[in-house]
Write a protein that binds this ligand. Sequence first.
Ligand code: AMP
Ligand code: ZN
Length: 480
Amino acid sequence: MDNMDPIPITLYNTLSRSKERFEPLTPGKVGMYTCGPTVYNFAHIGNLRTFLFEDLLARTLRLNGYEVTHVMNITDVGHQTSDGDAGEDKMAIAAKREQLDPYAIARKYEGFFVNDMQRLGNDIPTVLPRATEHVGEMIALNQTLEAKGFTYATPEGLYFDTSRDPDYGKLAHLRLDEQKQGVRDDLNIDPDKRHPADFVLWFLNKPNHIMKWESPWGVGYPGWHIECSAMAMKYLGETFDIHCGGMDHIPVHNTNEIAQSECATGHPFVHYWMHAAFLNVRGKMSKSKGNFVTVQTLIDSGYDPLAYRYLCLQAHYRSELEMAWVWENDDPTTGRGRAESLDNAGRGLTYLYERLARTTEEPLSSETAFDSAYREVLASLNDDLNVPRAVATLHTYESPRLWNAFDPVLGLDLARRAKLPEDEAPPAPVFALVEERQAARKNRDFARSDELRAAIAALGWEVADTPQGPTVKRHPVGRL
Ligand code: AMP
Ligand code: ZN
């Protein structure tokens, strides 16, 4: 390949409100934490838009040769719902609704969540830690904060004292004197709470809460924010590369994660904070009213879940996406509905599969033309994950080989659905790694050879050694 210079990656960092050049803490490796689902019900397609953005980010980093450790928490400790049912927690409501104990509810919806991720073509994150299995780590983190003087206790719980943190609110550019109370933690106003922005690290005195643990402060359960800090630091270290979530998490949840983590360790918590814009479904979705669209709703309505994926690929992750969803007979209990944007995406995707399957003459037949087109698409992905531009470029070239080379990121299952040849020649960057690995093996440098095998796998290819030399096939992992 003539031009093997790596293409720099830039990411929009919510901390600085600007695009920054991505430099990982450890060369070649990326630690990434993403706020996961609360497993008291199905994930709706809005949640999944955020999880899809995070999947595209991890896949793009892998395509660039990084080894990515992706951690996504499973929130299986109940946290309170909004105003209507303050005092009850989400897991308790679901337990009552379904006559199951809260752990059974959590495991059931965790299973559905993993299944929905797969049906949408998302890779399953490297680690999916459950909050209930990390309460010890959360207590330890709270004890560190207490020992350093960042907490105070009331009969209702142990609080983080925001007045002790001069940096509080830096992510959201908040000023403490303007800060409103966070909605997710303590809806029952505690008269002993000192500042509206202070938040609960450990809840006490909540008789309706089913899941409870012993702690130095008394029997209770952890705050929601401490969950993410404790699990992120356990799996990725006190400082790591990337933390993602939906934009709704900027002012409270992620702000509080930063405050408690940095006050506990004295180090920066995360280098790059990335937030996805919302999917807005007209005809407001509400989990508590049972009026929301899930992957199963899409399937029951006759949609291919990948049509939803394809629709999301056409909007930048920092732009809101509108969907005018209409329930059959205007009745959400039918569990079926339609949206014009999804109809169009579904047709577009089918047409793409057909066109690619029919193309007999590869338009990018010369290596130079292929390499230059490959770099053009990669440059879009590396430019703060500009997937819509990458997809538009792929459409202009109409090259099965180029589409195939980027399917490890796009996840459209082209090899199967568009019947693109599995034994297709690898793109030039993979080919170069295979050559380099052959040279390493010749020099009996097996450690290097193994590293290169991993780098090839990270690009979505699998190398096998035969007496005739190496063969390279598309890697089966991560496909539907
Ligand atoms: P939750 O289960 O409510 O904690 O949400 C899981 C993830 O989905 C979080 O990152 C939220 O920010 C995100 N999220 C919630 N609603 C939407 C939406 N309508 N569109 C996109 N992301 C969302
Ligand atoms: Zn979180």
